[in-house]
Design a protein. Structure first.
Length: 564
């Protein structure tokens, strides 16, 4: 079964007619500033040759998709292989890689819970945080069949749990808010770690999870966690890195290599963590300052002598300053610094420079304790920071009608889902996979909302749905995508007698696959729908019909977008 997309986009494209003639060259100099008492030492980074920023997609990924942060997968996803992690528990092969890589997921915060467990074989002090990403996430789409068939799956496949044993630290301090109640303005989080399934297999003696554990889709152990918030004219990045305390992922004996190849240990000792935060500034604008602080640190093995203050200059113009806390436990670099092609001016005086601030640390003692953590806040003080004015839009699935049937006078049984996706090009909120204000799911209507019960439809008998979501989006640079994935149970064409087709497979009475039936899939018959949301005045609305068809069955539904 495939996803079909109807794009409703608002953007402006500019294709430069030139290419970078030279790469940016940086010169790092250790400096002494005697104007201060006591004397200050800092690291001066001079741009000696300014080329173009390499448009490799990472900047847009960070700003528009990942809350302004790329973690340790900046240079590419780390391959861990398919060997399950066994650990010291009584149940083997607990954590099984989904696709064999460490992955990043960003989504709407759902809940936090702790699982303090001691079953004789293991002593856990686990901390869990759950997010809900989009069903259209490429990782979910590529691995959908595998995820859907996980036995005893606890939640929908777009619910990702991040779990780590952080025995040495105060769990509530990590997120600075209590269980089940996100701190104000922190709705979206990013997570990074090995992407695995966890079937549990035991009765967990905790209040949060009664009965069987069920199968979770997880990042386990959760290595990095971040979120962003705004205070006044500042933007604050919360950057959290930790090494797991359980000892289950840092030795070859922890893994069942008979059931898969182990490409890399999931945890090393020590382990390097990096965060890459994008910046954008005008060559003639005011200086942008960043202040880095540590809210919690433990067992840091890295010791860096690159200075506690870092200043970026171009032609004697002071562009950017980063101040880090005392202790030399992080390293600061500038990565992919260059002119923004889309904002380039011939005399360069008003051009935009883009790049990344790289923050690196190392956790774990090679001669002893392998666990550790570093929780940082990076406050950006930018006088040029533009905060887009937010607006509210209401998206409504109004009705559905079956305009043609192929089962005679019988009812057509429709399954699948209709959904919408909101995106924003604004740097704040730095959210692209934006879920609605009043829901944790992007699905307007679907079998996922009501179990596997099909929607029964008769020819020319409209079904009124009127299910709505409200989105708060920046006024400029926002878009809505309508997407759907629908099937109908074509009883007159297949041998399915007990259940609906799934992914166009036909099942016998016992649930075994006996063939395929492509005629059940409802393919789109519509073209792209583009609405400039910033041209919708308050109270104005647009309505569009979308059609699906397969064989003799045709279905139409109506979507309405209204500016509130």
């Amino acid at each position: 079964m495939k996803f079909f997309f109807v794009l409703i986009t608002i953007h402006f494209l500019f294709c430069p007619s030139f290419e970078a003639s030279a790469q940016t060259r940086l010169q790092f100099i250790k400096m002494t500033d005697k104007k201060h008492q006591p004397v200050e030492h800092y690291r001066r980074c001079n741009i000696t040759s300014l080329g173009f920023h390499s448009n490799d997609g990472k900047y847009d990924l960070a700003v528009h998709e990942q809350l302004g942060v790329i973690g340790s997968d900046f240079m590419g996803s780390l391959k861990i292989g398919k060997a399950p992690a066994e650990g010291p528990l009584s149940v083997k092969d607990i954590w099984t890689p989904i696709d064999g890589y460490k992955r990043t997921f960003v989504g709407k915060h759902r809940e936090i819970f702790c699982m303090d467990l001691n079953d004789g074989a293991a002593s856990d002090d686990d901390w869990n945080i759950t997010l809900e990403t989009e069903m259209t996430n490429p990782l979910l789409v590529a691995n959908r069949d595998k995820l859907e068939r996980l036995p005893d799956r606890k939640y929908a496949i777009n619910v990702i749990n991040g779990e780590i044993d952080i025995k040495q630290i105060n769990k509530n301090h990590l997120m600075k808010y209590s269980n089940y109640a996100p701190k104000k303005y922190i709705d979206y989080i990013g997570m990074y770690g090995p992407w695995v399934s966890d079937p549990g297999g035991r009765i967990w003696p905790v209040t949060k999870l009664k009965g069987e554990h069920g199968t979770y889709i997880e990042l386990h152990p959760l290595e990095q966690l971040w979120w962003t918030e705004k205070k006044g004219n500042s933007r604050i990045y919360h950057l959290n890195a930790a090494n797991d305390n359980s000892g289950r992922f840092n030795k070859h004996s922890n893994f069942d290599k008979d059931h898969g190849v182990l490409e890399n240990l999931w945890q090393t000792n020590p382990m390097t963590h990096t965060f890459h935060v994008p910046f954008s500034l005008s060559l003639k604008g005011q200086k942008v300052s960043y202040y880095l602080a540590a809210t919690s640190k433990n067992n840091i093995s890295g010791s860096y002598t690159d200075g506690l203050e870092h200043r970026l200059f171009y032609n004697a113009h002071h562009l950017l300053t980063i101040k880090e806390p005392k202790g030399d436990f992080v390293k600061i670099d500038f990565v992919n610094v260059g002119l923004d092609k889309d904002a380039f001016t011939r005399d360069q005086t008003d051009s935009i420079v883009k790049g990344f601030i790289k923050i690196e640390t190392s956790l774990g003692d090679p001669a002893g304790d392998y666990a550790g953590n570093l929780f940082l806040t990076l406050r950006e003080q930018n006088p040029n920071l533009k905060i887009e004015k937010p607006r509210r839009f209401k998206v409504t699935l109004q009705k559905m009608v079956c305009t043609s049937v192929d089962d005679g006078d019988s009812e057509e049984e429709v399954i699948g889902f209709i959904g919408v996706r909101a995106t924003s090009n604004a740097q704040y909120p730095v959210q692209a996979n934006v879920l609605p204000d009043d829901s944790q799911t992007a699905l307007l209507w679907s079998r996922l909302d009501d179990g596997n019960n099909p929607q029964k439809m008769k020819k020319n008998k409209p079904i009124t749905i009127n299910k709505s979501f409200v989105y708060t989006l920046p006024e400029v640079g926002s878009s809505i995508t309508v997407f759907a994935n629908l099937d109908e149970d074509d009883k007159s064409m297949d041998n399915n007698v007990t259940m609906l087709d799934d992914d166009s497979w036909i099942y016998d009475k016992s649930g075994g696959r006996i063939g395929t039936d492509g005629d059940d899939r409802l393919l789109p018959e519509f073209t792209e729908w583009k609405i400039p949301l910033n041209q919708l005045n308050p109270g104005q609305s647009k309505v569009q019909d979308f059609k699906f068809g397969s064989g003799g069955t045709k279905i139409k539904f109506s979507i309405k977008i209204k500016a509130l």
